[in-house]
Ligand binder design. Structure first.
Ligand SMILES: C[S@@+](CC[C@H](N)C(=O)[O-])C[C@H]1O[C@@H](n2cnc3c(N)ncnc32)[C@H](O)[C@@H]1O
Length: 334
């Protein structure tokens, strides 16, 4: 998934720096990815560590991580379910079609009419199977994560769901085909939460804590509201032109709150090693970040230049550079 702040391209840099600091044998370590997003960082460490604890505030992220992180044993027959879901007769008036497709008269065009109907058809069937206990949680989250990923591929947006495009773009005209969201097999169980980082941190402990909070004011909940709606598939009245739902507001996206929340997180963390990815254009400056972390132990900093996430035109960005510096702040807590 093309996700704001995704560490997909930085995963090998992170692994290299984390093993340099902690040691190459991670087999007895508990690794926590507390702002997990797509789950790519936890996935990078899943096979190497004793346990991954994965967390994010958002429902779609919870679904992705339940699949990519928590699912770790083979699910027999899962491909048969994908085929079955792909060949269902489409239903006509589900929530996504009614509120987010043109043909229903909603005035919104996040998906083509056919794809909106297909999302409704698959999502309704998954809900029914889960309620009837026809499928267990592991299969449910595998299929739902597959739906989120496949729907995102045909979304009629420039990149995020803050706005839809007037005309159906090429990729949105393609038929939604449900594709498997593959997860890695391994021997150890993992844990996934949907919680505020600052609440969860008081309840967990481990060895390596990876922090990748938002670094600007753009709330993920607003930018990915439609993925939350597919994940939850609940009834609500969509608001305004974009059909927004009520959304979470993270303290990490608020200039006045971020430093205090960050310091509380560091202070309450029962983890020996803490790694923070942060951007040189973030709400907290590097000096501020360093000053906070230094209070709690031995501090180090690594940097890496990389290509920025391609934002759409609706986001009024002030920065025009194509590449940006990613900072990895390292703390060994004492
Ligand atoms: C920069 S993104 C993480 C990207 C992730 N590392 C990846 O590669 O996909 C920041 C994430 O923090 C989550 N988030 C924001 N505030 C949070 C909070 N207070 N507690 C937990 N998660 C939060 C957002 O939903 C978002 O997924």
């Amino acid at each position: 998934m093309n996700y704001i702040g995704s560490k997909f391209k930085l995963a090998s840099f992170l692994k290299e720096e984390i093993t340099k600091a902690v040691g190459s044998d991670l087999s007895q370590k508990v690794f926590c990815d507390i702002f997990a997003g797509t789950g790519i960082v936890g996935r990078t460490f899943k096979k190497d560590v004793k346990k991954v604890i994965s967390n994010d505030l958002e429902d779609y992220s919870f679904v992705l991580n339940k699949n990519y992180i928590e699912n770790h044993e083979e699910i027999v027959g899962k491909e048969g379910f994908i085929e079955e879901l792909n060949s269902l007769k489409l239903i006509d008036s589900g929530f996504i079609y009614n509120h987010y497709c043109m043909g229903s008269g909603s005035q919104r065009q996040y998906f083509s009419d056919e794809n909106g109907k297909k999302i409704d058809t698959i999502r309704t069937k998954l809900k029914e199977w889960s309620e009837r206990k026809k499928i267990e949680d592991d299969l449910y989250y595998f299929l739902l994560a597959s739906l989120l990923e496949s729907a995102d591929k045909v979304a009629n947006t420039a990149s995020v769901y803050g706005a839809y495009l007037k005309h159906l773009k090429k990729s949105a005209q393609k038929e939604l085909v449900l594709q498997s969201a593959h997860f890695e097999l391994n021997d150890n169980p993992h844990e996934v939460y949907k919680s505020d980082s600052n609440e969860l941190i008081k309840k967990i402990q481990g060895d390596i804590l990876y922090l990748d909070p938002p670094y600007n004011q753009r709330q993920y909940s607003a930018n990915y509201h439609l993925l939350n709606t597919i994940a939850l598939y609940d009834e609500f009245v969509p608001k305004g032109k974009t059909g927004m739902r009520e959304y979470n507001r993270s303290n990490y996206c608020k200039k006045q709150e971020v430093a205090k929340s960050f310091e509380d997180l560091i202070k309450n963390a029962d983890f020996k090693y803490i790694f923070l990815s942060y951007n040189n254009e973030g709400l907290m400056s590097s000096e501020q970040t360093r000053a906070i972390m230094e209070k709690y132990g031995k501090y180090d900093l690594k940097t890496k230049e990389y290509q920025r996430f391609k934002a759409d035109k609706t986001q009024n960005r002030n920065h025009t550079a194509n590449s940006t510096f990613e900072y990895l702040h390292i703390l060994e807590k004492v």
